[in-house]
Design a protein around this ligand. Structure first.
Ligand SMILES: O=P(O)(O)OC[C@H]1O[C@](O)(COP(=O)(O)O)[C@@H](O)[C@@H]1O
Ligand SMILES: [Mg+2]
Ligand SMILES: [Mg+2]
Length: 328
């Protein structure tokens, strides 16, 4: 057993899937640590269904998870790297995965990861995933960086393990505390500013105006270009992440995918007392219309995410709202 699940009272088939995911995660961490010694994990390998360039590690991670889940309770396997949903066998679960998130960071030694979402299997493969994200029974990620960590919610708080590289075991840590509310960090790819919708531009302009602006205080910006790394930071110290839809061709619904990126991250963030929306409406209340559907994605400290939604009504009013009026 590489993962200590004592006390979580998981159904045996779900516990078995978590063990299998963690074993692949520990293997990927070792593989990534040897990138450049054994092979080039960032080598181009073609394009996936979403039209994104695939790298060697994208393809290897996808194959490793798919292989590891054969014989498990996972009947339907959906992946960023697979055009269609695959049927692995009889089973009671459906699993969606972004096998390797943050691919642009594979060859620059920056944290990358895996994002996964688990539903009860429905009658068909499509029905198992094209459904309100609130029906997930598990959502989480593994992050491969200075540490390898597993973060997952089963709807009962946000659980956390850190891989001990000496033993290959994931050691259970205290559950994540509620997301801090007083952090002044925001994460957005500011190079796309000219393409953003007006409310997002107004919100970010007010942050950048700092203490001379309507918010009356200074803010700090981060952009790692690894969703798992941004999520891990926000879980730990608060803040807000935005990847809005924009006017670039193909980015009308943003860049991030509902099924295997936004839905599981939204589940974790809400379970940690935060909020996750498409800018206005909670992600967990939405059902995607296709497997690789994109969605605008805003998540983090709840009052910040609520304030952003108010910018779609009136930027002036939203900028002046005291944080305490926006508390969940
Ligand atoms: O390169 P951009 O446009 O800043 O987008 C960065 C975002 O794209 C992603 O890398 C997309 O994920 P993949 O690497 O799995 O395609 C996110 O991890 C990250 O938040
Ligand atoms: Mg991704
Ligand atoms: Mg990916």
């Amino acid at each position: 057993m590489s993962l200590d699940l004592d006390g979580l009272a998981l159904a045996p088939e779900l516990a078995d899937v978590m063990q299998r995911l963690s074993i692949v995660g520990a293997r990927l961490q070792r593989l990534i640590a040897r990138n450049g010694i054994d092979q080039d994990l960032a080598a181009a390998r073609g394009t996936n269904a979403g039209g994104d360039g695939q790298k060697a590690l994208d393809v290897m991670a996808d194959a490793a998870y798919m292989e590891a889940l054969k014989g498990s309770a996972v009947a339907f396997y959906a992946s960023e790297e697979e055009d269609e949903i695959l049927t692995l066998g009889p089973g009671t679960l459906a699993l969606a995965v972004d096998p390797l998130d943050g691919s642009s960071n594979i060859d620059v030694n920056v944290s990358i990861g895996t994002i996964f979402s688990i539903f009860p299997a429905a009658d068909t493969a499509e029905a198992s995933f094209l459904r309100p994200a609130r029906e997930q029974i598990a959502g989480g990620y593994m992050i491969f960086g200075p540490q390898c960590a597993l973060v997952v919610t089963f709807g009962d708080g946000v659980h956390h393990w850190i891989l001990d590289p000496d033993t290959g075991r994931f050691e259970r840590q205290p559950d994540f505390a509620p997301i801090p509310k007083d952090t002044s960090e925001f994460a957005i790819n500011a190079s796309n500013k000219r393409h953003w919708p007006a409310p997002i531009r107004a919100y970010v302009d007010d942050l950048i105006a700092g203490e001379e602006g309507p918010r009356g205080r200074n803010f700090n910006m981060r952009w790692i270009a690894s969703l798992v790394a941004e999520t891990h930071r926000i879980l730990r110290r608060g803040g807000v992440f935005l990847y809005p839809g924009d006017s670039r061709k193909g980015y009308e619904r943003g860049r991030l995918r509902h099924v295997y990126e936004c839905a599981p991250i939204a589940f974790v963030i809400e379970q940690a007392g935060g909020r996750a929306t498409d800018g206005v409406h909670p992600i967990l209340d939405q059902a995607p219309d296709s497997l690789h559907a994109r969605t605008p994605f805003v998540f983090g400290t709840a009052p910040k995410v609520k304030r952003i939604a108010h910018y779609y009504d009136s930027p002036e009013v939203a900028a002046a709202m005291p944080d305490e009026h926006l508390m969940p």
